[in-house]
Design a protein around this ligand. Structure first.
Ligand SMILES: [Zn+2]
Length: 244
């Protein structure tokens, strides 16, 4: 069985409490989920060459998930990237991502030495990007955004899912069903934030929706989030790698 390795470039929520880096993780060194503002510096801290990443998968356009893209594009243009890259996200990712990047680093997407494919993925649609299969699920987060997605994923025969940011909604249970691993947001311990899930009320229900042998991995946390006594549950730490 192929191994799934998740390396966290950040585990915190948008407020970077206690200095936590904003949430994002790299799967098997090639597939980056989220582009938080510090994505490039976190990768450099981990001695991971950003040019070796094949895919960037964005759940939604809040700044803590998206605003690291201009720095990745800058690195790719000027630090020798030649491999193609795919950037997948909800509706509007291509237009917004390119506009922001071009405004803060003019011409950063022009005359590059690599091909970039931007994929705006509709809920319910699937795409295979270099062996990573993604199925987009519409989750319920900030209605002011174009859309917020969670992803059911298949990679080298392994099944995992990522909630993105969401309140507890039917899509979370759909994402949990039949997985070996669920990476779930857990933005607070007990505060009821309408657009997020918390540890004490929501995670027991998420845990119960997963197969008993599946792993639950919490991220996008505040520092008082722990495993809550739940079975097969871990809390991500900045720069840690988890193998399954
Ligand atoms: Zn968000």
């Amino acid at each position: 069985m192929h191994e799934l390795r998740l390396t966290f470039i950040g585990s915190g929520n948008a407020f970077s409490p206690n200095g936590l880096c904003c949430n994002g993780f790299l799967v098997n060194e090639r597939h980056l989920f989220e582009a938080p503002p510090q994505a490039l510096s976190s990768l450099n801290h981990l001695r991971i060459d950003a040019n070796t990443i094949d895919n960037v998968v964005i759940s939604h356009h809040h700044g803590d998930h998206f605003l690291g893209l201009p720095f990745l594009l800058l690195h790719w243009k000027w630090q020798g990237r030649t491999r193609p890259v795919r950037i997948v996200g909800p509706r509007g990712t291509r237009a917004l991502g390119r506009e922001i990047a071009e405004r803060v680093f003019p011409a950063v997407t022009e005359q590059t030495g690599y091909e970039a494919e931007w994929i705006d993925l509709e809920p319910g649609r699937r795409v295979n990007v270099g062996g990573l299969e993604l199925e987009a699920h519409r989750v319920e987060h900030d209605p002011g955004l174009t859309e917020s997605l969670g992803y059911a994923c298949r990679l080298e025969g392994r099944a995992f899912a990522y909630t993105g940011d969401t309140r507890l909604c039917p899509a979370v249970f759909d994402l949990a069903r039949g997985q070996e691993l669920l990476v779930s947001e857990c933005a607070s311990r007990q505060s009821c934030i309408p657009v997020h899930m918390n540890l004490l009320d929501d995670m027991p229900r998420v845990r119960a929706a997963l197969p008993s042998e599946a792993q639950l991995l919490l991220t996008h946390i505040s520092p008082d989030v722990d495993a809550g006594g739940l079975a097969k549950t871990l809390v991500a730490e900045d720069f840690a790698t988890y193998s399954f």
